[in-house]
Design a protein around this ligand. Structure first.
Ligand SMILES: Cc1cc2nc3c(=O)[nH]c(=O)nc-3n(C[C@H](O)[C@H](O)[C@H](O)COP(=O)(O)OP(=O)(O)OC[C@H]3O[C@@H](n4cnc5c(N)ncnc54)[C@H](O)[C@@H]3O)c2cc1C
Length: 420
């Protein structure tokens, strides 16, 4: 069962594998949003001597499988961010994610990327009866980040989302949602036209120092470059030890229903995307052709499409029992890359390659931010924002770390179940 995104993206867009030796100023490893955004930000600064190497196809990883929410913030909770880097730096970093949301919107428009974007914002729906934490969040966002999320009282929430599950909601108006694989492919087309050499089916298996630069090896050739950028997300495997050991690959799941036609309005009367206030929240959105895209769960386990469809259908019916009997047509999973501290890891190893990874489940905006700050640093235009320096590359402790993460997830889900 291919994902809905694969079934509806451009299957004719292909880039030949690397063949033989090549030279470039910059070699980017990974054709997800982090790699593509870095190439875009470099091209926008006049750097075109770039080779981008993707092991599978453009958008193969999380970038071509995600929920399609484009919104501000990081995987790390905003209150933790303020505690860890201080109010001023947190405001700066959060502001960069809002700039990234705007940058994505502008790139879609400037390059006429057809990616089913819906500019209706995102709703954060309160799963719990106690409204005080949501009120406190609204106030926090206003006071700390000068961001105004609109309060939707219970009646208004329930007039848009026809379920008794939610008690109130906050609306983030500048956020939007889109078809992420079409967007990734759109960026790849723009890059190709700008002269960037993209190669699919080209798995990098070595990055070694070579004189003043780097030699990036693949089974079908190598690239000699001045700068190497590693942007391999949760699919990095054992590519480069100091980076591989700092990433925990965590799965999450998505499915799409059949087109629901008029039946969609029995559940949702908004085109906004929705997530809720639990730790392992549901995230979903209506698609322009009246399907419902539904995502959720976090686990260290990859599951079969059948198992994903079964689990998520149960979650969907818990919120919208009136959709009993709808058919699921596509189900899939994807790997997010988590750092131990839950913040993106963006920077350069001492006398080593550049990297952009660890975007977790909140990466569409932050990968675009990463491309911008890496391009600024690499071209000498500006230093990396200090806040990212606070977050290093601590080991995620391999299988032990994964087991600990799963235990934490179970505990937090149990806590939410007891509250709800
Ligand atoms: C199911 C799901 C739902 C999500 N929903 C949302 C959402 O709604 N909103 C949001 O903001 N975030 C969401 N996220 C998170 C977001 O998608 C990611 O944070 C983001 O896409 C990460 O981009 P990336 O480029 O770092 O990694 P990826 O997109 O995973 O790309 C890494 C690429 O590197 C390639 N690669 C790996 N190793 C090599 C190698 N050795 N040589 C060459 N290439 C290699 C891989 O094939 C892959 O294409 C979701 C994630 C998942 C999995």
């Amino acid at each position: 069962m291919p994902s809905f995104y694969h079934a509806t993206a451009d299957t004719t867009l292909r880039f030949a594998p690397l063949s033989g030796p090549a030279d470039a100023r910059v070699a980017i490893i990974g054709g997800g949003f982090a790699g593509l955004a870095t190439a875009m930000s470099l091209v926008e600064r006049g750097v075109r001597d770039i080779v981008l190497l993707e092991a599978e196809t453009i958008g193969h990883g999380a970038s071509g499988r995600n929920g399609g929410f484009v919104f501000g913030g990081f995987s790390l909770d905003n209150a933790d961010l303020v505690r860890q880097v201080g109010a001023a730096e947190a405001r700066r970093l959060y502001g960069l994610t809002l700039d990234a949301v705007e940058r994505i919107r502008q790139r879609i428009q400037r390059h006429a990327i057809d990616c089913d974007a819906v500019y209706s914002g995102v709703l954060l729906a309160n799963w719990f009866a106690d409204d005080r934490p949501l009120r406190a969040l609204q106030q926090f966002m206003h006071e700390q980040f000068q961001v105004d999320w609109r309060w939707l009282p219970r009646e208004e929430t329930r007039s848009l989302l026809l379920t008794e599950r939610y008690h109130a909601a906050l609306h983030e108006p500048n956020a939007f949602h889109f078809h992420p694989l079409k967007y990734a492919q759109g960026l790849a087309r723009v890059l190709r036209e700008a002269g960037v050499r993209l190669h699919e089916g080209t798995r990098v298996n070595g990055i070694v120092a070579d004189g003043a630069g780097w030699r990036v090896s693949t089974p079908s050739g190598h690239v000699a470059c001045e700068h190497a950028v590693v942007a391999c997300g949760g699919y990095i495997g054992q590519l480069f030890k100091p980076l591989s050991r700092a990433i925990m690959p965590i799965a999450t799941y998505v499915m799409t229903t059949e087109p629901l036609g008029g039946r969609l309005a029995s559940a949702m009367r908004t085109t906004a995307a929705v997530y809720d206030t639990r730790f392992a929240f549901d995230y979903y959105r209506p698609l322009p052709d009246t399907r419902l895209l539904w995502g959720g769960r976090i686990s260290i386990r990859d599951r079969s499409p059948q198992a994903v469809a079964q689990l998520l259908t149960r979650d969907l019916l818990r919120v919208y029992p009136q959709l009993q009997g709808v058919q699921v047509q596509h189900a899939w999973s994807g790997l997010m890359s988590y750092a131990r501290h839950k913040m993106p890891q963006i920077g350069r190893l001492p006398r080593g390659p550049w990297y952009a990874m660890g975007f977790g489940g909140h990466g569409v905006g932050p990968t675009t931010l990463a491309g911008e700050v890496l391009a600024q640093a690499l071209t000498g235009e500006a230093a990396m924002p200090a806040g990212f320096g606070h977050y290093g590359l601590p080991s995620t402790l391999g299988p032990l770390g994964l087991a600990a993460a799963q235990a934490t997830y179970w505990w937090l889900q149990l806590r939410d179940a007891l509250r709800g």
